[in-house]
Design a protein around this ligand. Sequence first.
Ligand code: FAD
Length: 400
Amino acid sequence: MSDDADVIIVGAGLAGLSCAATLASAGLRAIIVERDGRVGGRVRTDTVDGFALDHGFQVLLPAYPEAKRAFDYGSLGLGMFTRGALVALDGKLARVGDPWSNPMSALSLGWLRVFGVGDALKLAKLRARARSYAGSLGTSTRDELANRGFSSATIRRFFEPFYGGVLLDASLAAPAEMLYFTFKMFSEAGAAVPTGGMQRLGEQLAAGLDAETLRLNTPAARVGSGEVELADGGTLRARHVVLATDMTTAAKLTGGTVADHGWSATETLYFDAVTAPTQDAVLVLDGDGKGPLLHACVISNAAPGYAPSGRHLVSVTPRQIGLAEKDARAHLRRWFGAEVDQWQLIDRIVVSQGLPKGPFTPDTSLPTDAGVVVCGDHLATRSINGALASGRHAAESLLD
Ligand SMILES: Cc1cc2nc3c(=O)[nH]c(=O)nc-3n(C[C@H](O)[C@H](O)[C@H](O)COP(=O)(O)OP(=O)(O)OC[C@H]3O[C@@H](n4cnc5c(N)ncnc54)[C@H](O)[C@@H]3O)c2cc1C
């Protein structure tokens, strides 16, 4: 019986798409079977009444080396976030600019209020360490910050709401390697979103593949050496099989060869605001550590297409899933005033499988005894960069 393709890839998230793109550029024919009706996996966007609602507050860090290889930034129409943050302290918003792109901002009152002189210097050292960092630490983000002498006030005012948001875990239990990696990426080129939503990332990768490559709404039920059994009873055969699903599905389909470490979860509330509460795309952080929200941002200030003309999209991330809307509004009122009462809640999106927990893994892929190569962010830095890199590694391991 002849093979259906050179390689069958299960999953059209960024890892699977990156794997397919690498194979295609080497002249190999791949088929991707995807359970869902769209590509991109966890990087997805719903359009509701002209608003682009990403599944979770997600950003692309343009300095990601894998993203530079994979995407055409020009066609994505990247809109940049303002560097730095607005930190809410005692009912006032203190602006903490990025002194490396704007040296004068280091002299602002905001820096003094949020960090104090001592921790501002430690932040500069942390940045220098992040930029040259390579290797493995084995500590949590919180322990690493404490080991570097940051006060608990600075951790609460800045690191918890900022990195708690990035790592989907305000307890800062994520591996410290993720802190260094993301700090380096933020410091090199800031953060961005594509015009019209994060879903454009997966769509751009898919657009570069042959039309026959993608089979949407096609869940795989079993994988083995050279074959993939589909949920509808069909079987696809190829020389190689790549499993590019999320961690939990990979653990199930490999019979436990892949470890399931559990997930960090998150929720985002999206509001339609007639007047934008900030003029720029700056992240507003809860520096007091007392309220139910972690951060908020007028995401439509970053890139066009997130809100219809004349309207603004405010993305709000609570500390816990399931926060009552009235409690979210009460906290937002402390930051932005009574105007918040005019905002309309568009939707709230819960992502129960956000980022894989577990120990730090350098970007890699995993050949299994069953003749299947596994890839995905659970085998990499938990990020867009990690997923892309892991998918590319899986393809390269087959090409080798
Ligand atoms: C809320 C949130 C915020 C994030 N924020 C950021 C951020 O700001 N910056 C950043 O760099 N990263 C961020 N990430 C992480 C980043 O989105 C992920 O690391 C990356 O998208 C994972 O890609 P993946 O291909 O490894 O996995 P997935 O995206 O999970 O892709 C797996 C694919 O496999 C498919 N699949 C599963 N089972 C089957 C089956 N049986 N048959 C066929 N197909 C199947 C799924 O439908 C899915 O399409 C965030 C993630 C979330 C959820």
